[in-house]
Design a protein around this ligand. Structure first.
Ligand code: UTP
Length: 295
């Protein structure tokens, strides 16, 4: 019987420089998409996939992120007194049980691979998920849940994959594919941030992974890779050399890169339009500005 994936690592120790000056005092993951911080979307997706333990790799200045998960008894009491039951339920759905959430410090931003490695003692010898909260995925069935279901059949390592235009491919980890079967591709290599001309395919890795503990052992031996950082991609690729399987999973859904300003704005519009109470207003506003280019 394959072990269930019940732990997820959320690496959130990056500096979020693309959102300066906001990220001077607000962690990127707390920035709000409609009315919920990015991290809440990731937590909800993880829960839907059966994750029970949530491990955050943080850094200096991320206090607001830790506070976000605290219960708010005063606020709850106030809402109860005022009979605002709907808001009370919304608030309660953000509460985390004691012990379900852990914070580990990454003392220096040495890369995503290093951030994941920092959580190794809390993972132990079992498969685990990695989720980057700045990749927000709108999907009928949450992306990680799709992956956990596929993983139950395949085992090995699995990365979420999507097709990317040639002009953008050098921003991603890219898959070298050996076989394709439906949503799954078997991977024979991975390259972090290749030049467009040298990219082995147009299938890029985005921020959802299910990894076996051997990847943590690979990270133990890693030196810095592309951009002087310790790359998670390199540690996963190393597993292929050791005859462990790596699969790319073409998830169903739309991914927004909320680590970039343009992606964040697009997500805001899209998630706004998905909300019944906002849809009409927002749609008529968008129509009015598309008619008036000076707006
Ligand atoms: P990014 O490449 O988006 O970097 O990291 P960043 O610092 O968050 O943002 P910019 O580029 O400066 O605007 C991808 C993910 O990996 C985490 C980040 O927090 C983000 O979730 N990360 C990156 C770490 O946890 N530690 C690192 O050393 C690097």
């Amino acid at each position: 019987m394959r072990k269930k994936v019940t732990k997820a690592i959320f690496p959130v120790a990056g500096m979020g420089t693309r959102f300066l000056p906001a990220t001077k005092s607000v962690p990127k993951e707390i920035m709000t998409l409609v009315d919920r911080p990015l991290v809440q979307y990731a937590i909800d997706e993880a829960r839907a996939a059966g994750i029970k333990e949530f491990i955050f790799v943080t850094s200096r200045g991320k206090g607001a992120l830790e506070d976000y998960f605290d219960h708010a008894p005063q606020l709850e009491q106030e809402l109860r007194k005022k009979g605002k039951t709907e808001l009370l339920e919304t608030l309660k759905s953000t509460n985390m049980e004691s012990g379900a959430i852990a914070y580990i410090r990454q003392h220096k931003a040495l890369g995503l691979g290093h951030a994941v490695w920092c959580a190794r003692r809390l993972i132990g010898n079992e498969p685990f998920a990695v989720m980057l909260p700045d990749d927000v995925i709108a999907a009928e069935k949450p992306c990680l849940q799709q992956m956990v279901e596929a993983y139950a059949e395949t085992g090995g390592n699995m990365v979420a994959a999507m097709e990317v235009a040639p002009e953008n491919i050098s921003s991603y980890g890219v898959l070298d594919i050996s076989e394709e079967e439906g949503q799954l591709v078997k991977v024979k290599g991975m390259v972090e941030k290749p030049e467009a001309a040298k990219a082995p395919s147009n299938l890029a890795v985005i921020g959802r992974y299910i990894l076996s503990p051997s990847v943590l052992q690979n990270l133990n031996q890693m030196k810095s890779g592309s951009g002087g950082e310790i790359q998670l991609t390199d540690a996963i690729a190393k597993d292929i050399e050791q005859d462990n399987n790596v699969y790319g999973f073409r998830f169903r859904g739309k991914r927004f890169d909320c680590g970039s300003k343009s992606g964040f704005l697009q997500a805001t519009v899209s998630f706004g339009l998905a909300r019944e109470e906002l849809r009409d207003d927002l749609r008529s506003y968008l129509r009015s500005i598309s008619l008036d280019e000076n707006a």
